[in-house]
Design a protein around this ligand. Structure first.
Ligand code: IPD
Ligand code: CA
Length: 268
């Protein structure tokens, strides 16, 4: 089994585990605030993924959202020359807690500080989005390409509502005020990874959000790139493992998308 096949099967198995657990009464806790939830299923799923990676690839390093405190910091992202997995066992925990679809399993792999593999699995529709560096992006076996739309007024955009309400969520809402009347429309599905996969799949022209973490976006980043799209930080600077505020698009609307969001700041 190739490492890509391994990662795809792992995301599917993790998704099945989440679905099984969704039918019982699971414990929900607040993480950094009441807007930031975690369930015992997030932790169970992360343990499952980490265990499978450790069995198959004992020398590989792993960064997981729910065990980040086990690491001194995120310096592995800049320093590791080896294989480094970046996982979010449930991206869209708020959806999961509320019995809504749209949450995903997000699994990415870096090698020598480059993203080489990204898998996003949406268990309700059982859609498996994945990309391998230099080999394209796919939904199952179908190759993905971003849309050709070059007009922001014809673009369906998306965003999310981060748990940091004072800064990040406020900026999202300001952005909606700015771009809501200029774009075709706006959607919010509740998972950053899913928004990025949908940009790659040509279902959305763009996605922006503030205050994210690398595990939310690592896999989706590669899917957008390999589908021919563009991902930068919100100021148009290159995407890095430290990017918190993200702008992803089909590439053709990127500049006008960027300008529309940033014009707001110059009017403040
Ligand atoms: C969240 C989701 C959500 C986004 C939040 C993220 P989590 O991740 O990606 O769509 O709006 O900013 O924190 O906490 O469910 O893994
Ligand atoms: Ca999560």
């Amino acid at each position: 089994m190739t490492i890509t096949e391994f990662a795809k099967q792992l995301a599917i198995d993790a998704g099945a585990l989440i679905q099984q657990q969704s039918h019982r009464n699971f414990n929900v806790e607040e993480k950094t605030s009441k807007y930031d939830l975690v369930t015992e299923v997030d932790k169970m799923c992360e343990d499952f993924i980490k265990e499978k990676i450790a069995q198959a690839y004992p020398s590989h390093q792993v960064i997981g959202e729910e065990s980040i405190e086990e690491l001194d910091n995120l310096s592995l992202l800049e320093n590791s020359d080896q294989y480094l997995w970046i996982i979010d066992p449930i991206d869209g925990t708020t959806n999961f807690v509320h019995g809504l679809p749209g949450y995903t399993v997000s699994i990415a792999l870096m090698y020598q500080k480059e993203f080489v593999l990204g898998v996003v699995y949406e268990p309700h529709l059982q859609e498996l989005f994945w990309a391998e560096k230099g080999k394209g992006a796919y939904c199952h076996n179908k190759q993905l390409t971003v849309t050709e739309t070059d007009d922001i007024e014809k673009s369906l955009l998306s965003t999310g509502f981060p748990s940091d309400i004072e800064h990040a969520r406020k900026k999202v809402i300001e952005g909606i005020n700015q771009i809501g009347l200029r774009s075709n429309n706006i959607r919010s599905f509740g998972s950053a990874a899913l928004h990025l996969a949908y940009v790659g799949a040509g279902r959305l022209e763009g996605y922006w959000e503030y205050g994210l973490n690398i595990w939310d976006v690592a896999a989706g980043y590669l899917i957008v790139k390999e589908a021919g799209g563009k991902v930068t930080d919100i100021s148009g600077e290159p995407f890095t493992t430290r990017t918190k505020d993200i702008l992803a698009s089909n590439g053709k609307i990127h500049d006008s998308f960027y300008r529309s969001l940033n014009e707001r700041s110059s009017n403040e």
